[in-house]
Design a protein around this ligand. Structure first.
Ligand code: UD1
Ligand code: CA
Length: 485
């Protein structure tokens, strides 16, 4: 059966997260796989389309509020002034909802902001079981290999029903042996949650108001307390320190790569490939080792990316080949060739079959269809027409120290190696430029632009100025023993 959308989902994210040992970043904003910890939880909640989505913030609240406003504008934030426990955090959210006249008839889900592997699917299953069983509260639990630090689920010895949750710090040695733990995610009947939160105390090892106490309170008041055991305990991993952060990143990455592989992407080495949640891909894309796909990067059909690529918010067209490349907000067209050792910066746009080769940097520039910048060049603020070839070691000299200027090079041009294009400058369609030229004025279509000093050879200079060197001996030998020739 399918439950109605929850009345509210409350995400607790006010805590300091002291075990992260972070001085600048609140725990819940630490990123993994393209989202913050709290962002993953909020995204899971959004899948259920709750009527209200509330995030409780407190520690470094401005940073968290700003982050949520930018990435999850549908989530509303409420401030818990003093972070004295998960119970008081939940109460803060309920009070804000009540103040807005939101009636709490129905399911209210509560989740912690530090469980980034939580999925919408798991939340939905929890809400459905909760409704189906007619519980006052249903807690998501898991049986874990190492329960250290988690609250333990206490069950009735006779019928196995949940009686209470005891926090690690408050647990007896026997209770600490229990491996069924509280995930920190619950479905409540909204009104019962409000009632129970009115009755929690602070008589515990941490002197805090524990949300977990509501289970015992509701059971004692005669309400049904249920539990859903997560199929995979890793889904509810709570992040308290950076060791767990790395563990969660690896698990989420594995999950995302598996999804990509099942959709037809070849991942040659999953252990050295990192992928963000928003990355998109088409079948037959191939990802070679040591590659990071970040942000909204898109891989086209049959493209080949890697080894050693870091692509951020970059589109890779079908059949393109990208190796040993760093690209940020770039567009790589169909069947382009990029790298090895290319750096594509924001606004680099390569039309189909274009090439950015070895040791080439491109920024805010368009390369037309089939245009090539094969070697050792910097192309910034330029437009390069279709079929044009840029000689090795060329630079569009775009910056005069104050302003940036554009270089426009037409279609089917052949520019010589070691050219400097002093922008603003235009090279017409079908023009050539000579190797070693500094192009300071426009070259008309079909013309040859040359600007270089006449070469002068000073005969015998080495023999006179560098006598006795290997160079002088080699020259003498080449000149048949007549050094002055
Ligand atoms: C909590 C649970 C524990 C459970 C574990 C699952 C309680 C008392 N304990 O413990 O049973 O096994 O999560 O990961 O609930 N927060 C606030 N305001 C506060 C305190 C915390 O918003 O005053 C937020 C934190 O930002 C965090 C979440 O609540 O996102 C959980 O807090 P944390 O301190 O990590 O609780 P745990 O000790 O992990
Ligand atoms: Ca925690």
């Amino acid at each position: 059966m399918s439950a109605n959308p929850p009345v509210a989902v409350i995400v607790l994210a006010a805590g300091e997260g002291s075990r992260m040992k972070s001085t600048t970043l609140p725990k819940v904003l630490h990123p993994i796989c393209g989202r913050s910890l709290v962002g993953h939880v909020v995204a899971a909640a959004e899948e259920l389309a709750p009527q209200q989505l509330v995030v409780v913030i407190g520690h470094l609240r401005e940073l968290v509020a700003e982050h949520l406003a930018e990435h999850h504008p549908a989530a509303r934030t409420v401030v818990q002034e003093q972070q004295n426990g998960t119970g008081s955090a939940a109460r803060t959210a309920l009070e804000a909802l009540a103040a807005d006249g939101v009636a709490l008839d129905g399911t209210v889900l509560v989740a912690t902001g530090d469980t980034p592997l939580l999925t919408g699917e798991t939340l939905r299953a929890l809400a459905e079981q909760h409704a189906a069983q007619g519980n006052g509260v249903t807690v998501l639990t898991a049986v874990v290999p190492d329960p250290t630090g988690y609250g333990r689920i206490l069950r009735h010895p006779a019928d196995g029903s949940v009686t209470a949750i005891v926090e690690h710090k408050d647990a007896s040695p026997e209770q600490r042996e229990l491996r069924e733990i509280n995930s920190g995610v619950y479905a409540f009947e909204g009104k019962l949650l409000a009632e129970a939160l009115g009755r929690i105390g602070t008589d515990n090892a941490q002197g805090e108001e524990y949300l977990t106490d509501t289970l015992h309170i509701l059971r004692s008041a005669g309400h049904r307390v249920g539990a859903v055991v997560a199929e995979d305990h890793r889904d509810i991993l709570g992040i308290n320190d950076r060791v767990q952060l790395a563990e969660a990143r690896r698990l989420l990455n594995d999950r995302l790569l598996e999804r990509a592989m099942r959709a037809g992407v070849t991942v040659v080495d999953p252990a050295s490939t990192w992928i963000d949640v928003q990355v998109g891909y088409q079948p037959d894309a191939v990802v070679l080792p040591n590659t990071q796909l970040q942000g909204a990067t898109r891989l086209g059909e049959g493209c080949r990316v890697g080894p050693n690529c870091t692509l951020t918010d970059t589109v890779v067209g079908a059949g393109a080949q990208v190796s040993n490349t760093t690209a940020d907000r770039a567009e790589i067209g169909e069947r382009c060739e990029v790298g090895p050792y290319a750096y594509l910066r924001p606004g680099a746009r390569l039309a189909r079959k274009a090439k950015a080769g070895t040791y080439v940097e491109i920024k805010n520039s368009e390369l037309g269809e089939g245009a090539k910048v094969p070697h050792l060049s910097y192309i910034g603020d330029a437009t390069i027409g279709e079929g044009t070839n840029i000689g090795a070691a060329s630079v569009t000299v775009n910056y005069d120290g104050v302003n940036k200027h554009r270089t426009v090079i037409g279609a089917h041009c052949r520019t010589g190696s070691d050219n400097m294009f002093i922008a603003p400058v235009t090279v017409g369609d079908g023009a050539y430029t000579a190797a070693g030229s500094v192009i300071i004025s426009d070259v008309p279509p079909g013309a040859l632009g040359v600007s270089r000093a006449q070469q002068r050879n000073v005969a015998g200079w080495v023999a006179r100025k560098r006598p006795g060197t290997a160079a002088a001996e080699a020259a003498t030998a080449a000149l048949d023993g007549t050094p002055e020739a």
